[in-house]
Design a protein around this ligand. Structure first.
Ligand SMILES: Nc1nc2c(ncn2[C@@H]2O[C@H](COP(=O)(O)OP(=O)(O)OP(=O)(O)O)[C@@H](O)[C@H]2O)c(=O)[nH]1
Ligand SMILES: [Mg+2]
Length: 422
């Protein structure tokens, strides 16, 4: 058995170097501040201040009611009084604000102030005058994290818009690749074990990459089959214009929604047909571009144009070979007028996309279609504790690790995965 591995900082890796130097522990030391509460007028605003100079900045700008050492957990009342600081133009900054300062740890503070925009700006300006860099809240949180990959995972968590995705992203912050990278430093893996781990993690990359971005679902098909009506029923309001005349939708109409905890961007497209005017042809061209970007295409037909499905399917696969397709027969209420239709040729998904007030039956197929959409896009979530990649960068390094044939190559992948260089 070999010794425990040590992952070198990727920036220090050079071809032929041994992997004996200790792991990078470099933490961000620059002092940064950010308004952590939403910007705009509110009762209270919280400003975070982190970095090596945080305490000295607090001492310059803040006069506590009682003068004593700062300790984590304290609640310190006082005045944000910076009369002896000056602006770039030399005039004095006089914030003169009653605030509460809470030390969170050594060189980590929160300043709780009045939530008015001007009050917050004055405090941030006085911190800037002390050499502090003001950053946005997302960057502030990420600068506080110990490794590049940890920061990356935290940024993904911040961008999640659904609880289902946020739960997975949170798990990846706590026990995902960052924790695995830390763990292997105290183990003795061989290249085969590392490659096999990478393969397992990559099996869920399609989930990880969609935690902070919506799935792209495009509705395509001939004109007048009810694509726009269907999108309106799926999102629950009249996003797209519908009309009983072919060629109603001209441009690509996007609508964001959430179904079963998955963020979806639904795109309605112009009905595909030959002829039509210049605007309609441009709409059809844009529809084809949307299909090229889709994770899933709903191919919508009605009973009159069911025979077109095989051709439409092969057209979609030509444009987007890896894309999933669900065939939908809309206007299923009109099937009665097509008695000769062979039931074994009908798509499994059959819908009636009329507005709910015009429906005669509750069997409109919309719920079943919604389930089919989410099951197709995400058949399974990774179990808690399974590490998965959540950015294309992580996918790239795991792919390289999966194909590594030497320990040197594997260690380089691990270092780049962790530190984000290259
Ligand atoms: N009977 C019936 N009519 C429907 C159904 N769904 C939509 N319609 C009607 O079909 C017509 C066309 O609907 P749209 O949603 O505009 O069709 P489209 O596919 O978006 O049409 P284009 O934008 O021209 O490509 C409208 O009059 C709808 O009310 C349905 O399930 N049953
Ligand atoms: Mg339409």
């Amino acid at each position: 058995m070999g010794d425990a591995v040590r992952i070198q900082p990727a920036s220090k890796i050079q071809p032929g170097m041994s992997d004996e130097s200790p792991m990078s522990t470099a933490l961000v030391t620059e002092t940064v501040a950010s308004q952590l509460t939403a910007s705009g007028r509110s009762a209270v605003a919280v400003i975070g201040l982190n970095g090596d100079d945080a305490e000295s900045c607090i001492r310059k700008c803040f006069k506590a009611v009682r003068d004593r050492e700062y300790q984590p957990g304290q609640v310190r009342y006082g005045d944000w009084n910076v009369a002896n600081l000056t602006t770039d133009r030399g005039s004095a900054i006089d914030a003169g604000e009653s605030v509460v300062v809470t030390p969170l740890a050594a060189n980590r503070f929160e300043i709780h102030a009045h939530g008015g925009i001007a009050a917050v700006q004055r405090i941030l300006k006085s911190l800037t005058a002390c050499g502090v860099r003001v950053v946005n809240a997302e960057n502030f949180a990420s600068l506080d994290s110990p490794s590049f990959i940890q920061r990356e995972n935290e940024q993904v968590l911040q961008r999640c818009t659904t609880i289902r995705n946020a739960a997975i992203a949170l798990d990846q912050c706590r026990t995902g690749l960052p924790a695995w990278l830390a763990k292997i430093e105290s183990s003795q893996p061989n290249v085969e074990a590392l490659a096999s781990f990478a393969e397992t993690a990559l099996a869920f990359s399609h989930v990880g990459l969609k935690l902070s971005q919506p799935y792209r679902v495009v509705l395509a098909g001939p004109p007048n089959v009810g694509k726009s009506s269907l999108i309106n029923r799926l999102v629950g309001f009249g996003r797209s214009i519908t009309h009983n005349e072919a060629g109603t939708t001209r441009d690509v109409v996007d609508c964001d929604t959430v179904i079963a905890g998955l963020a979806l961007r639904l795109s309605d497209t112009a009905g595909i047909r030959d002829g039509g005017g210049e605007i309609e042809r441009e709409g059809i061209r844009r529809g084809a571009l949307a299909v090229g970007q889709a994770d899933l295409v709903l191919l919508v037909v009605d009973p009159d144009c069911l025979h077109e499905l095989p051709r439409l399917r092969s057209d979609v696969l030509e444009t987007a070979p890896d894309c999933s397709i669900i065939e939908v027969l809309n206007q299923a209420d009109r099937l009665e007028g097509h008695q000769n239709m062979r039931s074994d040729l009908l798509p499994e998904q059959q819908t009636v996309a009329l507005p709910t007030e015009l429906l005669n039956s509750e069997q409109d197929g919309i719920g079943t279609l919604s389930t089919e959409i989410t099951n197709t896009l995400r058949p399974e979530d990774p179990a808690a504790g399974i590490a998965i990649p959540v950015t294309t960068r992580q996918v790239q390094w795991l792919r390289e690790l999966a194909g590594a044939t030497s320990m040197d190559q594997a260690m380089r992948c691990l270092a780049c995965l962790k530190d984000g260089t290259e």
